[in-house]
Ligand binder design. Structure first.
Ligand SMILES: [Zn+2]
Length: 458
């Protein structure tokens, strides 16, 4: 450590302390202060560490959560940046809070959730280090924030290009992600699902219709969801690669978990994955690949997958008197379509609340809700008693579901969270709340006045 970098770490720690004392929640400010003093701070702090970066459109936070449990199950120590603080400033803040007063980080692993666009700046000084990079998938995010999917692929590419010694772990079923295999790397692994996940699954492949190499329309042996599945190009022979870690089949869908048969580097393994929804199986597979690569036994991997607890927002259960609330975060069409699939399996009989804001973090342009296949949900949701709409764009959401032929006599707009929560409490029904990011934050803040909640890390 140079004197300058140690000083920078101290400055970062003091900033963190001041923020805590004043009750401000900003997690990236300390990082920004540190970077002002020492722009190449990560060169110093990450030295001698093993680094795992997780990037991609959907599933970063959950995948990190499972990998963290894998690392700890193996007896190693790890720190991770908070969900939402996945730009350079947030990553630096995480390093700084993990650093001791001598300016050194002494955990074995740095586990970094990296925003796709920020990956390049985060890994800039990691070229010589032991880095493993997981790319979960690439989907269209809210249009006004990320542009086209190829732009996203190229941003990830620009980051990984700086890591010639990287161990790459790619989603085999995503033609966009899989195309990153031509980058320089030390080792290359794939994870994927070897068969269709659901009956009658969505075949909306609009995020990646044409071959990334020759622009011919892909064909598919099978679909899992979105554009994921057994893709191949007849013209240039670009195709899905055989994954080292794969899901063979789902033996049983349970409420909040799945019993699956997996192949982990040649061994057949049966596991219960304690995460709800098929999309989380991909996250479990990615994390299992990492578990194997860091030396965990199959038994250890199975035990981690079976011991996961759901965490903030993505799928959180809260008892509000007699009402069981399921809080589900939605961020983009692909993620929302998976939630639609989840709801189809649940066949709700109580209440569904749809919450939509149009703040920056939600996406200013809300037209993306027209890419969500609510029409697939119409029949399965017909048994629900109420549909509530909340958030700044509640009326837009209501209109969208009217077009999807939902029963409008059950519709109600309630923008006041307190009134909404009081109503839900009095109903005593199982309620699914499907909320965009800032809507989730606001709703949870108000809900915390009614029931004790775990702190939501921003
Ligand atoms: Zn092709």
């Amino acid at each position: 450590m140079s004197a300058r970098s140690t000083f920078a770490v101290w400055a970062g720690k003091i900033t963190t302390k001041i923020l805590k004392l004043t009750g401000s929640g900003g997690t990236s400010l300390p990082g920004k202060v540190v970077l002002k003093i020492c722009p190449d701070i990560l060169r110093h702090l990450a030295k001698d560490m093993k680094i795992i970066c997780v990037t991609g459109t959907n599933g970063k936070t959950t995948t990190c959560h499972v990998i963290r449990d894998m690392i700890e199950a193996g007896g190693s120590t790890v720190f991770c940046n908070d969900a939402g603080a996945n730009m350079l400033g947030g990553v630096v803040s995480a390093f700084v809070s993990a650093a001791k007063v001598n300016g050194k980080v002494e955990t074995d692993y740095a586990l970094l959730e990296c925003d796709e666009a920020a990956l390049k700046s985060i890994v800039e000084y990691f070229g010589e280090l032991d880095v493993t990079a997981v790319v979960t998938n690439v989907f269209r995010d809210q249009l006004d924030r990320y542009g086209e999917v190829l732009t996203t692929v190229n941003k990830i590419r620009a980051g990984l290009e700086q890591l010639p010694n990287v161990k790459l772990v790619l989603n085999a079923d995503c033609s966009l992600t899989s195309s990153l295999s031509d980058l320089p790397h030390k080792e290359l692994y794939y994870f994927g699902v070897n068969a269709p996940l659901y009956e009658g699954t969505s075949k909306d492949i609009s995020d990646a219709v044409y071959c990334i190499h020759c622009k011919t329309k892909y064909k598919y042996h099978y679909h899992t969801f979105g554009h994921l599945g057994g893709f191949y190009c007849e013209k240039c022979e670009y195709q899905r690669k055989e994954p080292q870690v794969s899901l063979q089949k789902v033996l049983e869908w349970k409420d909040g978990s799945e019993v699956v048969e997996m192949d982990v580097f040649g061994n057949t393994v049966k596991a219960e994955v304690m995460l709800p929804g098929g999309y989380n199986l991909y996250n479990a597979l990615a994390a299992s690949a990492i578990g194997h690569l860091i030396g965990l036994s199959d038994e250890n991997i199975v035990s981690v997958l079976g011991g996961l607890s759901t965490h903030f927002g993505r799928m959180e259960e809260v008892m509000l008197s007699d009402s069981k609330l399921h809080l589900v975060l939605v961020k983009n069409p692909a993620g929302f379509n998976e939630v639609v699939q989840f709801l189809i399996q649940q066949r709700p009989t109580g209440t569904i609340v749809f919450g939509l804001n149009d703040n920056y973090a939600d996406g200013k342009d809300i037209s993306w809700i027209y890419d969500v296949e609510f029409e697939r949900l119409t029949e399965a949701a017909a048994g629900a008693e109420h549909f509530y709409f909340t958030g700044k764009r509640a009326y837009d959401m209501q209109l969208r579901l009217k077009y999807a032929d939902f029963d409008t006599s059950k519709f109600m707009v309630e923008k006041d969270y307190k009134t909404l929560i009081t109503t839900l409490k009095q109903q005593g029904q199982e309620t699914f709340l499907v909320l965009s990011y800032t809507c989730m934050l606001e709703f949870r803040d108000k809900l915390a006045e009614f029931v004790p909640l775990a702190k939501y890390s921003k």
